[in-house]
Design a protein around this ligand. Structure first.
Ligand SMILES: *[C@@H]1O[C@H](CO)[C@@H](O)[C@H](O)[C@H]1NC(C)=O
Ligand SMILES: *[C@@H]1O[C@H](CO)[C@@H](O)[C@H](O)[C@H]1NC(C)=O
Length: 403
């Protein structure tokens, strides 16, 4: 009896699910846009999706327009009530070269995507009228040679700004001096040509996330970065050391991605200490030497990635200042030994250790301390005998051993 009831319930749930899916599919089916009564309207080549009864999203792809065509000025229609309101507008993969003055005036646009065009110029008043509305703006894959900060001055609500894959080479110290971007938390600038971040360049912005991957940055001044950052992506740049002094006041830093830079040696910086738990990504650099107390500025490490470097030796005090480390990746290096004391301080926290593709002939003596190790990867080494007594210590926690 109980099973039958359960089956009935399952069947009605199934029906409900199918109905829901059908209605979603119906809602999601794009229609051509009819919001503009002008019979010659260029917007009719776009697709519209309703969001509410009188608002919707507009998608325009592969249009040859070099600038944004006029949008109907709904405030002029009867009863002063907009007949239709655009909350999200995408003009992508097209021929836009400039964003004209008042291009979006009178609209309710919260999300604006003009990525993958050829935009070189953004009029200072391009976004006029969206000041209290727009929270996400994408200008990815265009031809901007600088950050169009003057056009962004009054976008108080803007939270996400995408400027990836442009030709931005310089960020001036005063770029954001006049802006009132008091909600800008996410800024994406990957794949540009930026080589240097001067003092104050981003300092005034309330950023939490800043991505600058795949630029040519070789230096970052003190006080270039906002102290509110917790995620900083600097991968594939030309830094030759951890930019400690530029990171000094970032008390909330949780992820620092320096993969693919030009770092050859890790030297501690006594002036700078991070108290937060950090993921530090240093893979694919040219690190040969870990100086004594190399990670002296760090206290707690969530993950430390040192893979794809040229590390041949680990001083036994390199993790001396670290009280806690969960994951350590040393794969693709030239290590033949890890001294006994190396992991002493992290023995009760290290859960994953990746030592693949090194030069170990015997189990490194440093492993003996690791009490809570769950995952150990020793693949592609030159081990020829396994010393049973070393394994004895960490056997209790170990769930995965790759040889
Ligand atoms: C990397 O650093 C070396 C000096 O250590 C320099 O000669 C070389 O040009 C740098 N490479 C890049 C890509 O910046
Ligand atoms: C490992 O050593 C223990 C004693 O410490 C022994 O009982 C066990 O058989 C050994 N295992 C192997 C595979 O040699």
């Amino acid at each position: 009896m109980a099973t039958i009831t359960t089956n009935n319930v399952i069947n009605s749930l199934r029906l409900l699910l199918v109905l829901t899916l059908l209605s979603l599919i119906r809602l999601a089916a794009p229609r051509s846009c009819t919001f503009d009564p002008d019979p010659t309207s260029k917007w009719k080549f776009c697709e519209c999706q309703p969001v509410t009864a009188d608002s919707g999203q507009v998608f325009c792809r592969r249009q040859a327009w070099i600038t944004v065509p006029p949008l109907p000025q709904w405030e002029l229609l009867a009863h002063n009530r907009p007949t239709y309101s655009i909350v999200s507008l995408s003009i992508v993969d097209g021929g836009l070269v400039f964003l004209n003055q008042d291009a979006f005036k009178g609209q309710n646009i919260q999300l604006l995507d003009v990525s993958h065009n050829h935009i070189e110029t953004v009029n200072v008043n391009a976004f006029r009228g969206l000041e209290s509305k727009i929270y996400q703006l994408s200008l990815n894959r265009n031809s901007l040679s600088s950050i169009p900060s003057r056009s962004l001055t009054y976008l108080y609500q803007l939270q996400y700004l995408y400027l990836q894959q442009n030709r931005i080479a310089e960020v001036q110290p005063d770029t954001f001096d006049e802006t009132q971007l008091k909600n800008l938390q996410f800024l994406y600038l990957d794949h540009n040509m930026i080589f240097y971040l001067p003092k104050r360049s981003f300092f005034r912005l309330p950023l939490q996330v800043l991505t600058l991957g795949n630029n040519r940055i070789f230096d970052i001044d003190k006080q270039a970065l906002p102290i509110s950052l917790w995620f900083l992506d600097l991968k594939n740049n030309a830094l030759n050391q951890i930019p400690y002094l530029a990171l000094k006041d970032l008390k909330q830093l949780a992820t620092l991605d320096l993969e693919g830079n030009n770092i050859t040696t890790l030297v501690p910086e006594p002036e700078v200490v991070f108290e937060t738990e950090i993921s530090l990504l240093l893979g694919s650099n040219r690190i040969e030497n870990l100086e004594e107390n190399a990670f002296g500025s760090f206290r707690k490490i969530k993950a430390l990635d040192l893979s794809y470097n040229r590390i041949g030796k680990m001083p036994d005090d390199c993790f001396e200042s670290i009280s806690h480390m969960k994951v350590l990746d040393l794969s693709y290096n030239y290590l033949a030994n890890i001294p006994k004391r190396t992991f002493q301080n992290v023995a009760k926290s290290l859960q994953r250790l990746i030592l693949e593709e090194n030069d170990f002939h015997v189990l490194p003596s440093g492993l003996a301390h690791l009490r809570v190790l769950e995952h150990l990867n020793l693949k592609s080494n030159k081990l020829n005998k396994l010393d049973n007594s070393t394994f004895e210590h960490f056997k209790p926690a170990l769930t995965e051993l790759l040889l």
